[in-house]
Design a protein around this ligand. Structure first.
Ligand code: UDP
Ligand code: MG
Length: 306
């Protein structure tokens, strides 16, 4: 009988772990499975709770990080340490309904390599989250070569073929939502309505969301660099025309002192654009710098998997 690994990143999820584990145990009772909780540097009782339930049931395992390394790295640790024939990742907060798992397994048994999920747009979600997520998917699909469908988060099943590919990838800034479509395996989509977060608040701060978004774009596309060349060109042409105009004024008219306002405005504008372009270059340079150090994605303090 094949074995299923469930991986669950947890960052301060003390109110969710018990109920999620219980639900999973019920749903998975007919299967051979393991559940791996990855404690991403929680400061609440999460790790203690995970250890308690793992003590009572040896199919429940844990990996605990020395500090908070982020959701994507926690998922990577789960994939690296899973011993099953497939891995299903889901959030700890019960927004990803575990009831979908049997359907995911069914498609896996029909030989799909990836079974991913797409959430239906939800009225309950905050306005900011909805808008920012929509803008993000618009931009990334315009800029990058991989297509990422909107509303596809990290609730998915991947089989051994995909697991082995992901294990080999050593991107410093992981973006699994892009990597998995990029890998090109045979995929099946399931649509679902997300639940509300069961307990606690979102662990994705605006800063973390922004950095995930920027990362998704810069990991899969160098088009922003090309756009900066393009904008640079346009402004060079405009500047050239303006120089011709200024020279004409100097030689053929008498009103060369006026134009202070337009001078100031154009200097400010071009200065601003230069800073943005430098920022874009800096972003990629920084990525290169971080990657060149080859630091591990996460550091494990303690674990119960092999
Ligand atoms: N998470 C994590 N590390 C982090 C942030 C989040 O492991 O630094 C986990 C979190 O515990 C949850 C999942 O990632 O299981 C998704 O986070 P959350 O539900 O807070 O995000 P949202 O659903 O609000 O986008
Ligand atoms: Mg959530």
């Amino acid at each position: 009988m094949s074995k299923i690994s469930i991986i669950i990143p947890c960052f301060n999820e003390e109110g969710n772990i018990n109920i999620l584990a219980e639900k999973l145990q019920n749903i998975l009772s007919e299967y051979k499975y393991e559940i791996i909780f990855i404690d991403d540097g929680s400061t609440d009782k999460s790790l203690q709770i995970i250890k308690e339930i793992s003590f009572a049931d040896d199919r429940i395992k844990y990996i605990s990080f020395t500090r908070n390394f982020g959701h994507q790295n926690a998922l990577k640790a789960g994939i690296d340490n899973a011993s099953g024939d497939c891995v299903i990742s889901l959030d700890a907060d019960l927004q990803h309904p575990p009831e979908l798992i049997p359907e995911m397994i069914k498609y896996w048994e029909e030989n799909y390599d990836v079974v991913y999920t797409q959430r239906l747009d939800q009225k309950k979600e905050s306005f900011f989250k909805k808008i920012s997520s929509r803008i993000f998917y618009k931009i990334i699909n315009k800029l990058s070569d991989v297509k990422i469908e909107s509303g596809t988060a990290d609730y998915r099943l991947i089989n051994r073929n995909v697991i082995e590919v992901i294990k080999q990838i050593d991107d410093t800034d992981l973006f699994l939502r892009g990597l998995i479509p990029w890998s090109g395996f045979k995929s099946k989509k399931i649509v679902y309505t997300p639940n509300e977060r069961f307990s606690g608040k979102t662990k994705y701060s605006i800063r973390k969301m922004f950095s995930l978004g920027l990362n998704g774009i810069t990991s899969f596309s160098i088009k922003p660099l090309r756009i900066s060349i393009f904008i640079g060109l346009i402004f060079s042409i405009l500047a050239f025309l303006y120089v011709i105009f200024a020279v004409y004024k100097y030689f053929f008219t008498n009103d060369t002192v006026e134009g202070w306002t337009s001078m100031l405005a154009s200097t400010m504008l071009i200065g601003g654009i230069q800073l943005i372009m430098l920022g874009i270059i800096g972003e990629y340079l920084g990525k290169l710098f971080m990657q060149s150090k080859k630091r591990p994605n996460y550091i494990i303090k303690d674990k119960s998997t092999n």
